[in-house]
Design a protein around this ligand. Sequence first.
Ligand code: PLP
Length: 372
Amino acid sequence: MILQRDSDYSDGTVLGSMCTEPHPVAAEAFVAGLHVNLGDPYLFPNAYRAERECIGWLAETLLDHPAPEEAEGSIVSGGTEANILAAYAAREVTGGREIIVPATRHFSFEKAARMLRMKLVEAPLRSDYTVDVDAVQDLISRDTALIVGIVGTTETGSVDDIEALSDVAEDHGVPLHVDAAFGGFTAPFLREEYPLPRFGFDLEAVVSVTVDPHKMGLVPPPAGGIVFRDDEFPKAIEVYAPYLSGGGASQYTITGTRPGAPVLALYANILELGEEGYRRIAFRCYEETLKVAEKARELGLELAVDPPHLNLVNIRLPDRGTAERLLRESEREGWKISVSTKPLGVRIVMMPHLDAETVSRFLELVARVLGG
Ligand code: PLP
């Protein structure tokens, strides 16, 4: 089979991906829903209702929405589409053209800015790669459409101080979008024991949140999530689709025809795992992360963020030459790694398919390469 030559998460060699092996019930529900097109909800009213319930669950369980029944949202093609929708809606509602983003922002915001003819205004970082909130305040202008904060940056897994960002945004009457594509399924649980900020709709300025089921939600791709506080922002970008079955309907997603399979997979995971199951996975992944961090320290390796904020360890590399050598040696030994640029490092995303024992073997390789 053609797939036999590709990567498989189960052998523990994929170290730099934010996707993982889907939960078995998600895989089963996905296959059952192969024919479902949520672009035509009249044909699939129950799948559509499942999507509404998923959005309600995300809003209530992960995002502390004070009135989850008012939340609006969609399971979309990924975090990229979710972030583009958030930027587009903010531009239409506010009339502003600038998006203030942390310098750690995912490249999806660059796509958003280019497509929407908006301008990214990058805010500088603190030493733990979280955004400098005072600097964000200084960057606000009459043209600011949106401030973005990140829960789990792509390269270091850092979590911005969303509570402080919300205060600043509220003082200036600017909406706040939270990109919790990676951290949305873990941070709400981990903050029960570790010092992480709140980032949901209980914070006044938060108008939208990206939270991706195809990352820590154990749903097969494509499954990004966009949740809006209510229908004000999505209404500003919705389009009427006149020819749909049973009379027209409005939609605001970028895609028209869109898959129901990932929605059914998320719905199945919510029923099977629920809050308790996702909490267990979050703690297991983070505890393995802490063990990896400890092993790295023992080997004399330097973590970019120590301790890691979420289940991502970034080990600093001294120069590009070392990074190239590590890429070559890793490939030779069968590890699939990912090198970050800001900072220069190797990022190990401690997804459910990894454990500290396996990753420790890779750390020994890193130590050898760094040792020359
Ligand atoms: N936001 C963050 C913080 C991410 O790490 C990523 C992807 O890694 C995205 C957005 C984009 O998600 P996707 O690849 O699903 O479009």
